[in-house]
Design a protein around this ligand. Sequence first.
Ligand SMILES: Cc1cc2nc3c(=O)[nH]c(=O)nc-3n(C[C@H](O)[C@H](O)[C@H](O)COP(=O)(O)OP(=O)(O)OC[C@H]3O[C@@H](n4cnc5c(N)ncnc54)[C@H](O)[C@@H]3O)c2cc1C
Length: 399
Amino acid sequence: MFNIKEKMERIVGKTNVSDSRLDKLSYSTDASSKSGHPLLIIWPTDREEIKNIIKTALNNKYDLVPRGAGTGLCGGCIPDESIVIDLSRMNHILKINPKKRTVIVEPGVTVNELNNALKKYNLIFPIKPASHKIATIGGMIATNAAGMHAIKYGKTKNWIEEIEIITGEDKTYNTMNIKSFCGSEGIFGIITQATLELTDLPKEHSYFHFKLNTPKELIDKVNEYRYNKNILSIEYIDRITSRLMKQDNRYHLIIEVSDDTGDIREEEEITKIETLREGIGASLGKEKFIIFEDPWIPPKYQEYFLEWLDKMRIPSFGHIGYGIFHPRFRKNHAEKIKKMFILVKKVGGTVSGEHGIGLSKKEYLSEKEKTKIRKLKKRYDPKNIFNRNKIIDMQPRGI
Ligand SMILES: Cc1cc2nc3c(=O)[nH]c(=O)nc-3n(C[C@H](O)[C@H](O)[C@H](O)COP(=O)(O)OP(=O)(O)OC[C@H]3O[C@@H](n4cnc5c(N)ncnc54)[C@H](O)[C@@H]3O)c2cc1C
């Protein structure tokens, strides 16, 4: 009789399965501050292997955690004595169709790799999370990622033509019905391929950089630009973060436009402003602000929300043009996080604008949302083998 490791080795080969201590440690966590225990890590290279892995897991009652680059911020990849399926070796760009402006990709392709390959056609896949150098297309579809250019291009869902997914009922769907799967955080199955839509690569870009004293001044400035056609991104840094970054005690507003009308146009100056924006996470991490939330706040309450964060001494930054805020917390700030989400709900916001629910935000889902997800889970993963207890709590296997 073969044990589960041997069975998986027969599917993907010995070198593509590991239960070494080092691998188990690496795959015990993602970019959230949560951790768990993987049983095995598997690196499949095609859909047939994935089908066989799912069949074997179903027959032997093991549960599976799909994983892209592990940059998720809500614990979506945390295993609980589970088998982790790392999709990063399924990283081929299968077909670029410049006429139709579409591309077919495997799930492990990163946004940067894809956009580098598209450059010669003057095309881009326009969704750009701040993690774009490593986040995978599979992970972005699973979380319905947004990012810096959401104000112009929306979220991942808006740019998918078709998804191929193998579910927990051991069925393959090639579907344009992306509603059920985009943003489902790997709880129904594994995305094995996707057809993405593309757009023109902006020919130019330039920036404005404003330094402001109060939330009111900041929001007034955001409103001045919010509806302009040439806006690519409107990002802010609050004054607590600015101080931690060894800048001044002011709010910073960084506005990117898709032409040369911005004040910052020279390559050297553009690099400087982009470096400032990219350095936020590291500066906050150094000060132990490692928990990264992402509420969406309606425009009417954005000024009030900024004032509240400042009063509570919570550093923040984010895609303010699209309404997504990134307040950061230390590990012992559970009470502050709870208070913030109460406020978010009170002002008609949503607890997650882009990162998803995973393990960290389950308690804030409404009964209506839970019932809807439970219904889909019963349909697509009736034995509950995928991402068990993420988003909603379900009984162990075979609900
Ligand atoms: C510094 C930093 C900045 C970030 N900035 C942004 C931002 O601007 N906007 C934004 O939206 N997010 C942002 N994120 C969060 C994160 O990068 C995104 O959620 C991203 O889409 C996750 O991609 P990934 O490949 O790392 O997925 P992972 O973290 O590996 O997985 C995320 C979820 O997707 C599931 N999953 C992964 N691949 C598949 C697959 N092939 N099939 C089925 N399920 C799958 C996993 O099970 C998990 O639930 C940021 C993260 C970091 C660390």
